[in-house]
Design a protein around this ligand. Structure first.
Ligand SMILES: C=C(O[C@@H]1C=C(C(=O)O)C=C[C@H]1O)C(=O)O
Length: 360
């Protein structure tokens, strides 16, 4: 699949002056709950009312969604408020029911995107549809798998496509529920600049008080829209209580978000930008040059180790370097996380160089 301008058509047709907003409860719970949320969101920036009807839960025994009856509640919400509707589908039966109930936007969840069999089944069931279909990233940070989902839908003649970035699972405990790994979304944008890209800060953060901050980052990275879980009584929600916000909080988030332009034509701004970018280019050149020099020293160490039959990995020395560099980084405004990532990558390259020498 190639990038093409038309990929944006369905989004442009909304003629919005703000990011696309998809909001509503994690799960549809009762008809009254769905209708109340819809009415509270009716006059906001929200275009699509979302609600989970079938909920894929990590472990059995939790609330797994109300099922098809919830689609009738969405239909009624649309009739009463004019909001378009959106829900997750995970197999052919879901697709058939969603289409029967005229759901306007369907998305494939992160746990389904990992399975090409499931995505293909959904693509076949949706063949040629004029509904909007969005693909959430797979739970593991695999851009090819994510794009593979889009390509399967595209091959089934579905033209109103988009992607949702909901973060990636990790075994490590972090401040996020699912770490954003923004560079994956940035890479996706550079491959498909016209494919609408939506951020789901609710699943990235898992916590309502971090949603504004992550939404702002997404907009600063040129995301086209936001999907935010919204509930009239978040603390008593039947699923994902901690990450849902009230409709009033959602409206406030929309007010607080700063929408930035992609570029500005003013000459003075552009001159300054060019000067600063020239500085970055020079520094990047120095970085590569310095790294090349460091690897040459690692090669010399490799030869030395080979001559005395000494192991490549030297944990004590390595941990000393890491400790020192974290401190030095701190003094220069570099986060521990960044210094660790960067030096782990450098260490791996150094090991690869020495391995090559020792094995030769
Ligand atoms: C270069 C060495 O080999 C390995 C690579 C290191 C590095 O690149 O800094 C540090 C320790 C070793 O694990 C060394 O032993 O000093």
């Amino acid at each position: 699949m190639e990038n093409k301008k038309e990929l944006r058509n369905w989004l442009d047709a909304h003629q919005l002056e703000h990011p696309l907003v998809i909001a509503g409860p994690c799960s549809a719970e009762t008809e009254q709950q769905v209708l109340k949320i819809a009415h509270e969101l009716k006059d906001s920036d929200v275009s699509y009312l979302r609600a989970g009807i079938w909920k894929p839960r990590t472990r059995p025994g939790n609330f797994e969604g109300v099922g098809a009856i919830g689609l009738k509640w969405l239909q009624r919400a649309k009739e009463e408020t004019g909001l378009l509707t959106a829900t997750e589908v995970a197999n052919k039966a879901h697709v058939d029911l969603a289409l029967e109930h005229d759901v306007d936007m369907l998305w494939i969840g992160a746990r389904s995107t990992v399975s090409p069999f499931i995505v293909q089944e959904i693509a076949d069931a949706l063949k040629g549809t004029d509904k909007v279909v969005l693909v959430k990233n797979p739970v593991n940070p695999d851009l090819a798998l994510w794009l593979g989902g889009i390509e399967r839908l595209h091959s089934a003649n579905i033209n109103k496509l988009g992607v949702i970035h909901r973060g990636f699972s990790t075994y490590e405990k972090t401040k996020y529920r699912n770490i954003p790994e923004w560079q994956i979304a940035v890479e996706l944008q550079s491959k498909f600049p016209d494919l609408p890209l939506i951020c789901d800060p609710s699943h990235i953060t898992g916590k309502r008080d971090m949603i504004l901050d992550v939404s702002q980052t997404a907009l600063d990275l040129n995301f086209d829209g936001l999907m935010i879980e919204t509930h009239i009584d978040p603390d008593n929600a039947w699923s994902d209580a901690a990450q849902q916000v009230t409709p009033a909080a959602l409206i406030q988030i929309m007010k607080d978000l700063k929408i930035r332009k992609v570029m500005d034509d003013e000459a003075e701004f552009n001159n300054k930008l060019t000067t600063l970018r020239t500085q970055i280019d020079v520094i990047d050149h120095q970085l590569i040059d310095t790294l090349g020099k460091r690897m040459k020293v690692a090669d010399d160490i490799g030869h030395l180790k080979k001559s005395k039959n000494v192991a490549v990995l030297q944990n004590k020395r390595w941990n000393e370097i890491l400790g020192k560099m974290i401190l030095e980084g701190e003094g220069r405004g570099l986060s521990e996380e960044f210094v660790l990532r960067m030096f782990k990558a450098i260490h791996q390259e150094s090991i690869n160089h020495q391995e090559k020498i020792i094995k030769s």
